[in-house]
Design a protein around this ligand. Sequence first.
Ligand code: ADP
Ligand code: MG
Length: 240
Amino acid sequence: PAQVNEVRRTLDLRVSGAAVTKPCISFAHFGFDEQLLDIIVKAGYTEPTGIQKQAVPCALEGRDIIGIAKTGSGKTAAFLLPMLVHIMDQEELDRNEGPIGLVLAPTRELAQQIYTEAKKFAKAYGLKVAAVYGGASKMDQFKDLRGMGPEILVGTPGRLIDMVKMKATNFRRVSYLVLDEADRMFDLGFEPQVRSICENIRPDRQRLSTYLIFPGMGYLTILRVHTHHSAALQRDVREE
Ligand code: ADP
Ligand code: MG
């Protein structure tokens, strides 16, 4: 434990929570298979970033995580890599059943960036990724999404809800949920949409206490980018 604390101190990692697993200092120690390691090498990643070192082993354990790290510190891969492992762990990978991994993002630009990153990593297993967001044709996205049946879906909250209403997809199978830039999502007033999406995820399993706490959900990764504080996020972090 003293050594782990020393490693965390050196990496400037601060953790809270019960029995938090130790950080992994190299990609080789995450337990990823050859296919995934290969893609990571091809992406030019030689060493995990600080948040990846700590958040990836925690996410692989099935823990809910709130991750906070500055812009450019690799939060996207920190949630995408464990997501891929989680998806590949599912017994029935039937196609066209709705996504298993769902990523909510506050803006179209961010949704597109996450999509690009997700596509790159999803190639390791031939998984399909789709992105939906405002400012583009709903009908085109409807057709793409319905036809494709992706295992990973990225989107802005409003457009995701539109797609569910149009029956282009459903969130019944989602068991790995990411709210990327959660504070910004709340600051932009998406709380009702985020809440509504969360209420549509695995209704058979879900027990909500507050909208940031999902007992029995398996995974909730909230990755926060901006250093300014959101009143909503602070309140719920404290409640947790
Ligand atoms: P954040 O979401 O924390 O702002 P991103 O996930 O967008 O950061 O990552 C910023 C950049 O760093 C991206 O270009 C990404 O591909 C790259 N990156 C992420 N992890 C690593 C790594 N371990 N090694 C090298 N580059 C990385
Ligand atoms: Mg980011």
